[in-house]
Design a protein around this ligand. Structure first.
Ligand SMILES: [Zn+2]
Length: 361
């Protein structure tokens, strides 16, 4: 029960940001564009007049529907027509039945969702024209309406409309600047999902990249605390912020700094000393007592023996590192034992040389 609630709480900021961006695109964007003279009503991507041509000879007006589509808003202008009988007709779908005009048949497809195509039965004769503005991006989320009252003379409409579902801010270049307030549920939901998803991506992608980078460089994925690279096993929780760390993805193959450098320095030192002293002893006519070393020297000569010695050192170091990653104390033990074992022939050789020097034959 707690987990779904927790994930909902984590999604909440993204949804909030999605709503905020939806409102910005629906309300602020058209305003900003209008202030720069790019208002939705002043520049149309496409204007189509569906019902205008071939008016009946005995009538001054025909019902018409104009759709103007912009990038950030759409406008839909509906005008009524009058029949010879004096009735007013609006370009609604019922009109399809009455008219043989094929253009009217496409009204329901042509008009964007949320446009007012006709007033209610009671207001049918009071108004002449209805403008619907739709704003929001990428989907239209809000609508505003301007209802133009029919003139008493029956000739056109009053220039100043009744505003519905909007805040009228004023005119810019003869275009009315409105803030649409009638929510279109589907468009609003789609916009919110779109912008929430985008906010989530904008946050999640850099976070994931940063976590991967921190993971790669052996840092805490949450706070960036540098984890001690010399410890054999990565701790399960960050020592700085306490967040649970992922199991080391590279694990065994990870190669941080070596664990027992001091021991290796001694190992290399005493092994080199061993080679030098052996060389010296053999040069003085001594004998190699180590059977393995003797076999190597007899087979490959002194150069082969040097190569063998260094290969052995390398092998010991690798073995210590591997063991140290499994169990740190065991790795350290092996490293020091290797140093002691390598040192013993050196001590022995030094004694021999000293003996040789001090007690001449
Ligand atoms: Zn941390």
């Amino acid at each position: 029960m707690r987990r779904p609630l927790g994930s909902l709480a984590r999604l909440f900021p993204y949804v909030l940001s999605g709503v905020a961006l939806t409102l910005f695109m629906a309300w602020a964007m058209p305003l900003l564009l209008a202030m720069r003279g790019l208002g939705p009503a002043s520049r149309f991507a496409q204007a189509q007049q569906l019902v205008s041509s071939s008016p009946p000879a005995d009538s001054a007006f025909v019902p018409s529907l104009q759709v103007r589509r912009g990038i950030f808003s759409d406008w839909c202008v509906v005008e009524s027509g009058s029949l010879p009988s004096g009735d007013h007709l609006w370009p609604t779908e019922e009109l399809q039945e009455l008219s043989s005009n094929r253009a009217i048949a496409s009204i329901s497809r042509a008009a964007p969702m949320g446009c007012v195509l006709a007033p209610s039965e009671l207001e049918r004769d009071r108004y002449e024209r209805i403008d619907t503005g739709l704003s929001g991006w990428p989907f239209r989320a809000f609508a505003s309406e301007a209802w133009f009252i029919r003139r008493a003379s029956g000739d056109g409409y009053e220039p100043m409309p009744e505003h519905r579902w909007n805040v009228y801010l004023g005119d810019i270049d003869g275009q009315q600047v409105l803030v649409a307030l009638r929510p279109l549920p589907l468009g609003f939901a789609a916009d919110t999902i779109f912008w929430s998803g985008l906010s989530w991506i904008a946050v999640a992608v850099p976070t994931t990249l940063r976590r991967q980078k921190r993971e790669k460089y052996g840092k805490c994925i949450d706070c960036g605390h540098t984890l001690d690279p010399t410890v054999a096993r990565r701790p399960t929780n960050c020592p700085e912020c306490g967040v649970a760390l992922r199991r080391d993805p590279l694990g065994f193959a990870r190669s941080p700094e070596m664990h027992f450098q001091n021991a290796y320095v001694w190992l290399v030192f005493v092994s080199s000393l061993d080679i030098m002293l052996t060389w010296k002893i053999l040069d003085r006519g001594g004998l190699e007592v180590n059977p393995v070393a003797k076999l190597v020297i007899d087979t490959w000569g002194m150069h082969g023996a040097i190569a063998f010695k260094f290969a052995l050192m390398l092998w010991v170091i690798i073995a210590c590192e591997i063991l140290g990653r499994l169990k740190w104390s065991a790795g350290r033990f092996l490293a020091y034992v290797a140093v002691i074992i390598s040192a013993s022939p050196v001590v022995w050789s030094l004694c021999l040389l000293a003996w040789h020097e001090l007690v001449p034959p």
